[in-house]
Design a protein around this ligand. Structure first.
Ligand SMILES: NC(=O)c1ccc[n+]([C@@H]2O[C@H](COP(=O)([O-])OP(=O)(O)OC[C@H]3O[C@@H](n4cnc5c(N)ncnc54)[C@H](OP(=O)(O)O)[C@@H]3O)[C@@H](O)[C@H]2O)c1
Length: 320
């Protein structure tokens, strides 16, 4: 079968479409004929050896996909750690979900990582519960026009959350405002800490979805209101998160990690999340934002789009 192979851990240029053996199916797994794969920032980090647990190359790239389960003929969307960008992949049944009615292969391939991560961000931020009477939950979402960002805006709208979101581009922000983002902040022109402070009359937000690292972790902490939480789920800047302990003491604030790779192994967390997400999908209230579709043999371009932060929403690879 054809697969996108990471031949060396030296960045996207070392990706190559190659003929490889079909995957061995382990107990609890089924074989899926893959139609499309969702590209994640983690896939880019993996090509540079920057993702925890990356096996020694050569290895097949890709962590999420849409396809047809061979033994049932069912259309599924799935989550694996490696091996999704291939004509066939083996997925654990607990990590395969039925494709919602009317969704394209590309939309389904762009669902698992973005929507579970965004939903669990709200869950960890205490915002899947109703806010106290007379109070509205507020969130600041970094990279709001990206894959996780656009999912977070759709979910935040359904949860009734007041949303602030950052991007480098007015054009991207205009598109996200169509999804329900109330306060778009172009960080090239404005300091998001100042904007949040001014628009919330000095109070701050209940949670920040923080995936930048470096100085942004400390700045995001200063955007919190009392008992607020920074949900740290990435370090796209490549810099270690700076912690501002004074800001934590000042507002009884905290920083929590969120890693889907780890949480996805916990059924007691994933099943209630899917129950809620699938209900919204069935009601037509979630629509994965597919910004770019590339054939697998142009994967290098797709990866570079993410590397350069030029994408809107999800980047998808056509596999079959
Ligand atoms: N912990 C987890 O389980 C988990 C799960 C999913 C994703 N993540 C993390 O969440 C982040 C977003 O992932 P994604 O796949 O949805 O990607 P994405 O948001 O679709 O793409 C990355 C976006 O981040 C912004 N950005 C800001 N600084 C950047 C930089 N130095 N380099 C590249 N982009 C930069 C860019 O948008 P603007 O130019 O508009 O700012 C870019 O479009 C990543 O850090 C990823 O590792 C973590």
């Amino acid at each position: 079968m054809k697969a996108l192979v990471i031949t060396r851990l030296s960045g996207p240029d070392a990706l190559a479409v190659q003929d490889v053996a079909e995957p061995a199916v382990k107990a609890g797994q089924t074989l899926v004929r893959v139609a499309a794969g969702g590209l994640n920032f983690a896939d880019f980090m993996t090509t540079k050896g920057g993702y925890p647990g990356t096996p020694v190359p050569p290895l097949i790239a890709g962590r999420e996909f849409c396809g047809v389960e061979e033994n049932t003929g069912r259309r599924v969307m799935g989550y694996v750690q490696w091996g999704a960008f291939a004509e066939k992949t083996a997925g654990y049944s607990s990590m395969l979900w039925p494709v919602p009615e009317g969704w394209s292969d590309e939309q389904a391939a762009g669902f698992p990582v973005n929507y579970f991560t965004a939903y669990l961000g709200y869950w960890q931020g205490g915002m899947t519960q109703l806010a106290a009477a007379g109070r509205t939950h507020r969130v600041l979402i970094h990279a709001v026009a990206g894959g996780v960002g656009t999912a977070a805006v759709q979910i935040g709208r359904l949860l009734g959350v007041e949303m602030y979101g950052t991007s480098s581009s007015d054009e991207k922000l205009a598109r996200v405002s169509q999804l329900g983002l109330q306060h778009g902040i172009n960080y090239k022109r404005h300091d998001y800490e100042e904007v949040v402070k001014n628009l919330t009359h000095g109070e701050g937000v209940d949670a920040v979805f923080e995936m930048l690292g470096g100085e942004h972790t400390a700045k995001s902490l200063r955007c919190l209101r009392d008992f607020g939480r920074v949900i740290q789920y990435g370090t796209a800047s490549g810099k270690a998160p700076q912690l501002d302990l004074r800001a934590m003491y000042a507002k009884s604030a905290s920083v929590q990690g969120l890693w889907l790779t780890y949480l996805s192994q916990k059924r007691e967390i994933m099943e209630p999340a899917w129950q809620q997400l699938s209900q919204w999908c069935a009601q037509g209230r979630l629509t994965p934002q597919i910004g770019h579709v590339f054939p697998m043999d142009r994967a290098v371009e797709a990866y570079k789009l993410l590397e350069e932060g030029k994408n809107y929403g999800k980047v998808v690879l056509k596999i079959a």
